[in-house]
Design a protein around this ligand. Sequence first.
Ligand code: SF4
Ligand code: SF4
Length: 339
Amino acid sequence: MKTVRLGATALEISEIGFGGIPIIPLPRDEAVSVVRHCLDLGITFFDTANMYPTSEEKLGIALKPDRGKVVIATKTAQRDAKGAADHLELSLRQLQTDWVDVYQLHNVSNEDALKQVLAPQGAYEAVAKARDAGKIRFIGISSHSIPTAIAALKTGLFQTLQFPFNFIENDPVQELFPLATQNQVGIIGMKPLGGGLLERADLCFKFLQQHPYVVPIPGIRAEKEIDEIVGLYRNPQPLFEADLTSIEEIRSDVGEKFCHRCEYCMPCPQGVQISSVLMLRPAAKRLSCENVKGWLGAAMETVEQCIECGECEQKCPYNLPISDLLKENLALFNQYARC
Ligand code: SF4
Ligand code: SF4
């Protein structure tokens, strides 16, 4: 596995990293075994977050024997200094380590959130203090909003940026990534497979290999998944004309108003299963009617519970008109499900 330097940090990491969400539902021993398999293949960069239940503990167990050889990134979604300091201590305990290599402020995706973390007594203050005390090596930020990420980078306070990046979410190449690279900010690419929406790993990673300044962190839940990805890096291929055509077809299937399944809008106080309902359109394009009904039927029934309170729309970093989309998807489902 080739290694790359993460921006201007002193961190040399494998050219692909490990995203820590999919090990959440795995039994502990299975999760540890998947992580150890990744290590055996040469993966040395592991990303997780305080808010991913059990992910830090499982990574802590798996990585402890090799702590000196791996780079661990984790995150806090706390916005104030006390909350962030408490989260860091918890992460250190769960990860069984004395230090975190990259500590990121999690999902800073609007102006208010950025103001809160940078305010006096905000999360950044606690994180900077912890860095000075040797508990953190570098400070990063994760975001789903280009304007907020640009504003954050312009402060000069962050050494890494984590942002969604794949061939259907490629807007950051216009302004955000050039700004990051000019300032030697290390870029970590979340959702290289569109959060599970994109099934063709070959296309996804061929696309990402055109942007080697981004370190993708695919979420891995099984050994065969990382085997396939590592194979694509050991034997890199260009994007052929047929690949570009396939990418365009998939982009047009998915459309602009697609839900990124980040689940920041959840939970809905009325129990609406928002992200599942919004999966309908891409699912209907790929799956049989029977499968769609079996998979999404129960979620569709929750749409009637929506009282249009708007709470989810305030939390969606992509400003999706969720109430309208719920209705549209239900209408489509009712039409489609007459099979
Ligand atoms: S608008 Fe509907 S789906 Fe969104 S939080 Fe309110 S009740 Fe839930
Ligand atoms: S509706 Fe918005 S916040 Fe909710 S999962 Fe989709 S993209 Fe994320």
